[in-house]
Design a protein around this ligand. Structure first.
Ligand SMILES: Nc1ncnc2c1ncn2[C@@H]1O[C@H](COP(=O)(O)OP(=O)(O)OP(=O)(O)O)[C@@H](O)[C@H]1O
Ligand SMILES: [Mg+2]
Length: 240
């Protein structure tokens, strides 16, 4: 099997801050990957590089064997790369259905077809019955599910989730993880950026750890969680 995504030696600088320092990673089709690391480690920046919001200063992004490093975000979206945002930002005065239809219209112009796809994405995301509710009237977990539905409506192959479990109660985290496992079973490859360990440990089959823009560990979730460098990074002792 060929990798779905390859990030090759990516550097990204913001003025004096080096947000990503030679990050490389490979994701296989259908994988569930957890991407963790302390605040400011570069996780969101890496998602921005993969989704095309930022161009890396050095390095490459390869998707399905094609170098997409220079592709704009909309072209990546049409090719099957979708993401949710750390700060949820639905269109507040629009209904759930309309919000998700916007996602569905990314790949098609037929409104009836887009609606059909939106209903299905809403169902998969666990928001069935909320189609007519305005986005601003949803609670936090429902807003997270709306983010998920919007991403699903673009018919992704690769789904990037940026802190989808943040701020949720343990029971809400568990039900969201169940939903995400279902999404994964549909064949969608998922990279989950997450601080909520309960979510990552129950979801990911492999974990990658970033610290000050560098990959410091990678592998089986339980081994990574006990890795000395990772524990030190989280305790703020620093590495090297
Ligand atoms: N647009 C930007 N301009 C300047 N600096 C930025 C920008 N985006 C990110 N940074 C910096 O790059 C570093 C990595 O930030 P990033 O948001 O990727 O971290 P993160 O791992 O997602 O953190 P968190 O867990 O807090 O969300 C930080 O030092 C951040 O301040
Ligand atoms: Mg972030």
């Amino acid at each position: 099997m060929k990798p779905l995504l390859e990030v090759v030696n990516v550097y990204k600088r913001f003025g004096g801050v080096v947000a990503l320092k030679g990050v490389s990673l490979t994701v296989m089709p259908g994988e569930r990957v957890g991407l963790i690391g302390p605040n400011g480690a570069g996780k969101t920046t890496l998602f921005n590089v993969i989704s095309g919001i930022y161009q890396p200063d050095e390095g490459k992004v390869i998707y399905r064997g094609v170098d997409i490093t220079k592709w704009p975000p909309h072209k990546r979206s049409r090719a099957g790369i979708a993401r949710t945002f750390q700060i949820v930002r639905p269109l507040a005065n629009m209904s759930v259905l309309d919000n998700v239809t916007v996602g569905a219209l990314m790949k098609r112009s037929d409104i009836e077809e887009a609606r059909k796809i939106a209903y299905e994405a809403i169902r998969i995301a666990g928001l069935e019955g909320k189609e007519d509710v305005l986005a601003k009237d949803l609670n936090l977990v429902e807003k997270k599910r709306l983010e998920l539905a919007r991403a699903l409506a673009t018919d992704p192959q690769l789904l990037l989730l940026d802190e989808i479990a943040a701020g949720l109660r343990p029971r809400e985290v568990d039900s969201l993880v169940d939903t995400l496992l279902n999404v994964s079973r549909r064949g969608i490859t998922i990279i989950m950026v997450e601080h909520v360990m309960r979510a990552v440990m129950n979801f990911a089959e492999r974990i990658i750890v970033l610290h000050f823009g560098e990959k410091i560990a990678e592998g089986d979730p339980r081994e990574v969680a006990n890795n000395k460098l990772v524990v030190e990074a989280y305790l703020g002792i620093g590495v090297g």
